[in-house]
Design a protein around this ligand. Structure first.
Ligand code: MG
Length: 242
């Protein structure tokens, strides 16, 4: 199958998985990143900044946050602060340290909101017989519990057969090195049908590693200075499939 040309529509991914699951071949596997792919982390950052503004008694920031949409925020914290009229570099450094202590924890993941269509799409894939692998640069020691809770709360399939959560061993591991190593394990779950990520570098890694699969770049927010997207990767704005 030249999946990247035939499975451009997300509905076609569901139908492909339904057909593959009913055949005698290996189980179809769909790989999802979490941050920026299944979840919009904007509300997590927004809440941390509210706590920061209140802890520092910064009334201007606090009221600016009330006027700021919580979803679709810029990737970099300093750009979020700039939108709130806070361009001071010392304040930005203070806010970044405050944010880092909270963003990568179990507790604050509950504020994340699913990307448009994410829950329905993942559930449709699962119901069609696909194995769903959540492959995320969140780290297991600090984030697994909150990660599982957020997936379950939003009714993503999790903790049951044909699902897997694969996270980093340690916060310090880089996301790209982690995913480079993790693809070997994820490949043992079945035949990779499709992958979804909001980072071009990850999409490119998957496209090179699984040339038979369909690959999707979810165009939300991503790290600065991304590499050019691999030619086999399709771009989608969100995960609405119907
Ligand atoms: Mg991501």
């Amino acid at each position: 199958m030249r999946a990247n040309t035939t499975l451009v529509s997300l509905a076609a991914v569901v139908e492909h998985c339904r057909a593959a699951a009913s055949s005698t071949g290996p189980s179809p596997v769909v790989v999802f990143d979490l941050d920026g792919t299944l979840f919009d982390n904007g509300p997590r950052t927004w809440q941390i900044l509210v706590d920061f503004a209140e802890a520092r008694g910064n009334a201007a920031l606090r009221s600016a946050l009330d006027a700021l949409p919580r979803t679709g925020l810029p990737y970099l914290l300093r750009d979020v602060l700039a939108r709130c009229g806070q361009a001071d570099t010392e304040l930005a450094a203070d806010a970044l340290a405050f944010w880092k202590q909270r963003f990568f924890t179990d507790e604050f993941q509950r504020f994340d909101e699913p990307v448009h269509g994410a829950v329905r799409f993942v559930r449709a894939l699962f119901d069609a017989g696909a194995t769903v692998a959540y492959l995320s640069g969140r780290d297991a020691p600090n984030m697994l519990v909150g990660c599982a809770a957020a997936l379950r709360r939003h009714r993503f399939p999790v903790g049951i057969p044909r699902t897997a959560i694969v996270l980093k061993h340690a916060f310090e591991d880089t996301d790209i090195e982690f995913k480079r190593q993790a693809v070997a394990f994820v490949g043992t779950l079945g035949a990779i049908a499709a992958t979804f990520d909001n980072e071009p570098a990850m999409c490119n890694l998957f496209a090179a590693h699984w040339p038979q699969a369909a690959h999707y770049f979810v165009h939300t927010a991503h790290a600065p200075d991304p590499p050019p997207l691999h030619g086999a990767v399709s771009t989608v704005p969100d995960l609405r499939h119907e």
